[in-house]
Design a protein around this ligand. Structure first.
Ligand code: GTP
Length: 264
C-alpha cells in the first residue's frame, strides 16, 4: 500500500503528528486550532487524546484515553498522587495500544493526519515506558513526526530558550523521529530571534552573556553542541490564537513525513 519512491513498505498515510510541549506552551489551544484548520481545509484528520487527567477538551477526540482509563479511580485504587495517577493510567492504556493502531489502520484510506495530544506534564510522556511504547507503535506502522511546541514569548529569555532546545534535542535523539520546532504565540512575539539564535550561536552567546549567572556559562557552552542539532530540525512560527502559520505547519509536517519515508 505504499506509494512514492521511498524504499519503505509503510503506508504513506495517515501521517501521525505527536504534539508535545512544556506545560503552558499552548499545546491544547494549538491542537484545537489544528483541528479547526483540518475542518476548514477539508483535510481528513483524526484526533487521539492521551492526557488522562484533562478535564475538558476544546475539540472532539476520536480516540480518548479517558474513555478507557478513569484517572481518578486509578489514583484511588493504587493510592497514587496526581503524576503517578497519570503515569499509571497511561501505562494501562499502553497495554491496549495495538487496538488503537488497528482502529487507525482500518480507517487509513480515509485519513490524512492523526493529531495526538499528550499529557500536560511533558516528561510523563517523553520519559516513560508507555510513552516510548506508544511512540514506537505509531512509528512502526505509519509515518510519524513530533511537533515540539515552544512558548515563544517566554523563550526570549536565553536560558529558557536553551532549556527548551535541550528538551527538544533529547526528544529528537530518543525518538529518532523528524521533529518540528513549533514556535507558538507569535501573535505576542515573533520567532525571528529564535531563528537567528539557531543560525548563529555567537548571536545567541551575546544575548546570553548579559546574564552573568552560572547557568549562563553553561548555556553558552551548550550552544556549540546544539549547532549540529539545529541542522536536523524544521522550525515554524504559529499562533494558536490568531491561526497564523497553519499552512507552514502542515508543509513542515509533509516535508518531515517525506524525510521519514526516506529514512525508515
Ligand atoms: P496543557 O497543559 O496540555 O493543558 O496545555 P498547555 O498548558 O500547554 O497550553 P494551553 O493551551 O492551556 O495554553 C496556555 C495559555 O497560553 C492559555 O492561557 C492560552 O490562552 C495561551 N495561548 C495558547 N496559545 C496561544 C497563542 O498562540 N497566543 C497567545 N497569545 N496565547 C496563547
Amino acid at each position: 500500500s505504499s506509494s512514492g519512491s521511498g524504499s519503505s513498505s509503510f503506508r504513506r498515510k495517515p501521517v501521525i503528528i505527536i504534539v508535545v510541549g512544556m506545560a503552558g506552551s499552548g499545546k491544547t489551544t494549538l491542537m484545537h486550532r489544528l483541528v479547526c484548520h483540518t475542518h476548514l481545509k477539508d483535510i481528513r484528520g483524526y484526533v487521539v487524546n492521551l492526557d488522562p487527567a484533562v478535564m475538558t477538551l476544546p475539540y472532539a477526540a476520536n480516540i480518548d484515553v479517558r474513555d478507557t482509563v478513569k484517572y481518578k479511580e486509578v489514583m484511588k485504587q493504587f493510592n497514587l498522587g496526581p503524576n503517578g495517577g497519570i503515569l499509571t493510567s497511561l501505562n494501562l492504556f499502553a497495554t491496549k495500544f495495538d487496538e488503537v493502531i488497528s482502529v487507525i489502520e482500518k480507517r487509513a484510506d480515509q485519513l490524512d493526519y492523526v493529531l495526538v495530544d499528550t499529557p500536560g506534564q511533558i516528561e510523563i510522556f517523553t520519559w516513560s515506558a508507555s510513552g516510548a511504547i506508544i511512540t514506537e507503535a505509531f512509528a512502526s506502522t505509519f509515518p510519524t513526526v513530533v511537533a515540539y511546541v515552544v512558548d515563544t514569548p517566554r523563550s526570549e529569555d536565553p536560558t529558557t530558550f536553551m532549556s527548551n532546545m535541550l528538551y527538544a534535542c533529547s526528544i529528537l535523539y530518543k525518538t529518532r523521529l523528524p521533529l518540528i520546532l513549533t514556535f507558538n504565540k507569535v501573535d505576542v512575539a515573533a520567532h525571528q530571534f529564535a531563528l537567528e539564535w539557531m543560525e548563529d550561536f555567537e548571536a545567541f552567546q551575546t544575548a546570553a552573556s548579559s546574564d552573568h549567572s552560572y547557568s549562563s556559562t553553561l548555556t553558552q557552552s551548550l550552544s556549540l553542541v546544539l549547532d549540529e542539532f539545529y541542522n536536523n530540525l524544521k522550525s515554524v512560527g504559529v499562533s494558536a490564537v490568531s491561526g497564523v502559520g497553519m499552512e507552514a505547519f502542515f508543509n513542515a509536517v509533509e516535508a518531515s513525513a517525506e524525510e521519514y519515508m526516506e529514512t525508515y
